[in-house]
Design a protein around this ligand. Structure first.
Ligand code: XMP
Length: 509
């Protein structure tokens, strides 16, 4: 395995994904994890992530310097490189201004990090400080016009540093550099596959649960379905699933789910109708975080009372993924910041005194999909676009009413139908409609209208951490717009959201 030390970079999950793409297991750990714990993980290599700090700032993250004595290869990226230089008695120059964006990297020494990558490459810079004096034993192996030490190496110790970010897609052949680090430097062997993961996890669940019962909330999404089917493979009918209809689902969603879940998963599933409860609690609420809290708490309440009907349940299954854990900061306490409160992490288990089973908590979404297929789940289910727990509530800006839900449902169904017809559904990470809290003037026939506005949101992403707005063809946008205005009552304007993440988020609330 590879350990990635989290110095607070917004890109550290991308580093992890790049490593796993090469079928090597890796884990992100906070920089303040005790040295002994890092050692216990027996990493083949250590990657020091970037981070927003300058090493000269008082509370900038640090790391036990003993890791440089472990005789394990290290790759420092940006802040990680600065930290390594600083720790090994080199010197970092404080920046007057940041360098941000593309730069041409001139490679001076190919092996082992740049093997097979040519002489020049485009790389992506985002840094303030830069190396001034390298520690003993280090050499520059690549430079850019502004940065002499854009890549450095101590070949004897197998320590490498990159001033740029190989993990972001803008860095040309960045993934190859990481691959070279894994195989040429760390001598890793590929062994991280979803088949081996499933086998190991099913056995672990069996050993942990024995003949006790597990309850689990299903959302109909990929994560909870894959988690449930993994648990089901381990313990069969001792898994009890609960599906809460919160009234915030999309058009036909419940019936589609019933077909998918019942026919493909053959599990104990109880469908609970809690529409009224949720809509009553949400009456008059416009604030996004309040909506999320109300929905999260109510979900727990409904789930708890349903769960109480199942005797002797001792475990709670959840489809929590690795990014949920990192984003919510709960598992590792690293410096990566919380962006929105994701309600599927935390809350439930403490209150219910159940032990948690989260079989996907080390996986990224693309890995979960591969796992789903290897477990024999239906492709429609496995390739469903993600849908947030709080449902349409966070796609209706302002107050949630039955009428506004119905407008959004109809518009959203048209967006999805046309996206599917255009063969784009699987290519897009997500595509949906959002109901805006404004009305605008229009003219229909000869009549003035004053009605609602729908925004179309479509994004490409690999993991939802970053996303690009999708360049949907104009005639497709035109068709969706025409259909929504003609077919959905009380909508007279459609707009297209052209914001990427960052700076936007995928959902509007
Ligand atoms: P944002 O809007 O933060 O969303 O860019 C990132 C991804 O997470 C999904 N999302 C959620 N999923 N519960 C969930 O299960 C939530 O509260 C939640 N909020 C956002 C969102 O759809 C996107 O895929």
């Amino acid at each position: 395995m590879i350990v990635i030390i989290d110095f607070g970079s917004q890109f550290n999950q991308l580093i992890a994904r790049r490593v796993r793409e090469h079928q090597i297991y890796c884990q992100i750990v906070p920089s303040n994890l005790p040295f002994e714990k890092i050692k216990e993980l027996k990493p083949r290599g250590i990657i020091l992530s970037g981070g927003p700090s300058s090493i000269y700032e008082e509370d900038s993250p640090t790391l036990d310097k003993k890791i440089f004595d472990l005789d394990i290869p290290v790759l420092g990226i940006c802040y990680g490189m600065h930290y390594m230089i600083h720790a090994l008695k080199g010197k970092i120059k404080r920046a007057q201004k940041r360098e941000y964006g593309f730069a041409e990297l001139k490679i001076e020494k190919q092996e082992p990090l740049f093997t097979g990558l040519g002489q020049t490459l485009q790389c992506w810079m985002s840094h303030g400080d830069s190396p001034e004096k390298l520690p003993p034993g280090f050499f520059s192996i690549a430079s850019t016009e502004n940065t002499k030490n854009a890549a450095i190496a101590n070949f004897e110790k197998n320590f490498y540093g990159l001033q740029f970010h190989p993990e972001v897609e803008h860095s040309h052949k960045g993934s190859e550099m990481i691959k070279n680090f894994l195989f040429n430097v760390c001598k890793c062997t590929k062994n991280w596959t979803m088949g081996s993961f499933a086998e190991k996890t099913i056995k672990q669940i069996k050993d942990q649960v024995k003949d006790k019962k597990v309850i689990m909330g299903l959302s109909g999404g990929v994560d909870s379905s894959v988690a449930a089917s993994l648990i089901h493979k381990a313990i069969g009918k001792n898994l009890y699933c609960i599906f809460v209809d919160n009234g915030l689902l999309r058009k036909n969603e419940k019936s589609d789910l019933e077909i998918n879940l019942n026919s493909h998963l053959d599990m104990n599933i109880k469908f609970v109708d809690a529409k009224e409860k949720f809509l009553t609690a949400l009456k008059g609420v416009s604030d996004p975080e309040k909506k999320r809290k109300i929905i999260g708490n109510l979900f727990i309440e409904v789930f708890e009372s349903e769960a109480a009907l199942i005797d002797n349940a001792q475990f709670l299954g959840q489809g929590t993924l690795y990014p949920d854990i990192i984003e919510s900061k709960s598992a590792f306490g690293g410096p990566t910041s919380i962006i929105k409160s994701h309600h599927n992490v935390g809350g439930l288990p403490e209150k219910m005194k159940l032990d948690l089973i989260e079989p996907l908590d080390l996986l990224f979404k693309d890995e979960v999909r591969k796992l789903g297929l290897s477990l024999g789940l239906n492709e429609d289910l496995v390739f469903r676009q993600p849908f947030p727990g709080p449902g349409l509530a966070i796609r209706i800006m302002g107050e949630i009413t039955e009428k506004r839900l119905s407008i959004l449902r109809e518009a959203d169904a048209i967006v999805l139908e046309e996206i599917r017809n255009a063969g784009l559904y699987r290519k897009l990470w997500q595509s949906f409609a959002v109901l805006l809290p404004i009305k605008s003037v229009g003219v229909m026939g000869d009549k003035r209208t004053y009605d609602n506005c729908i925004a179309i949101r479509a994004v490409n992403s690999n993991d939802a951490m970053t996303a690009d707005w999708a360049k949907l063809p104009h005639d497709l946008l035109g068709k969706i717009s025409n259909r929504i205005i003609n077919e959905v009552d009380h909508v007279n304007r459609v707009v297209f959201d052209i914001t990427s993440k960052p700076p936007g988020t995928i959902e509007w609330e």
